[in-house]
Ligand binder design. Structure first.
Ligand code: GTP
Ligand code: MG
Length: 205
């Protein structure tokens, strides 16, 4: 699938004010600084669409982008940002979890994991929570350009093994680099496949 247009729609903290759920939607989530906004820009080949930063905690709201006027990409704030206050963290929990569990047109959640790191408790627990909620998710390992393929593969294998403590099978995964646009075609093909089967939850009166 080739992306022709990608436009910012709105930023929100209130789930009631989101765009009408008439188009298929895909959310990107993961620890702060893991590369969510960069991945979105690489996917649609548009630098600067989603705001990125070297400092964690850049994305603070639910950001909707419309792609080819046919589907939504959603950039979310990261979890596990140490600098933020307890109150902020609790708020994050509330509004993100609410968004993930209530959004009717959300087709799939892409959970981003830093491919340079050994399995992190916070990522594993987040995946576990998604599983408990029955929410469909896929794994995206980021920043593959930063180390050898062997190192990435080792970390991925360990992550899969840890997940198998809770899951019967591990979801599909992608090894990516936003910098090199590695893995983008595979993610877009997956989205394209799901889009083709989308049935709008909005029924015409
Ligand atoms: P928050 O919005 O703060 O939660 O962060 P985020 O997950 O959106 O991360 P962001 O995309 O802002 O990227 C964080 C940093 O990692 C930036 O300095 C990016 O340039 C860098 N980065 C992201 N993806 C890649 C990648 O694939 N390769 C390399 N080398 N750097 C990357
Ligand atoms: Mg971001």
């Amino acid at each position: 699938m080739l992306v022709k247009t990608a436009e910012f729609v709105m930023s929100n903290t209130d789930v009631r004010k989101l765009p009408e759920p008439s188009l298929p939607e895909y959310a990107f989530i993961g620890r702060s600084n893991v590369g969510k906004s960069s991945l979105i820009n690489a996917l649609v080949n548009k630098k600067g669409l989603a705001k990125t930063s070297q400092k964690p905690g850049k994305t603070q709201l639910i950001n909707h982008f419309i792609i080819d006027k046919a589907w939504y990409l959603v950039d979310l704030p990261g979890y596990g940002f140490a600098q933020t206050s307890k109150k902020n963290r609790a708020e994050w929990e509330r509004f993100i979890r609410r968004y993930l569990t209530k959004r009717e047109n959300l087709q799939c959640i892409f959970v981003l994991i830093d491919s340079r790191l050994e399995p992190q408790k916070i990522d594993l627990e987040f995946c576990r929570w998604l599983g408990e909620q029955g929410l469909p998710f896929l794994l995206v390992f980021t920043k593959a350009d930063k180390q050898s393929i062997m190192k990435s593969d080792q970390n991925i294998a360990k992550f899969k093994k840890s997940l198998l403590a809770w899951f019967e099978e591990v979801p599909s995964l992608f090894l990516t680099s936003a910098e090199k646009r590695q893995g983008m075609d595979e993610i877009l093909a997956t989205i394209d496949g799901i889009n083709k089967n989308f049935v709008s939850p909005i029924v015409d009166q």
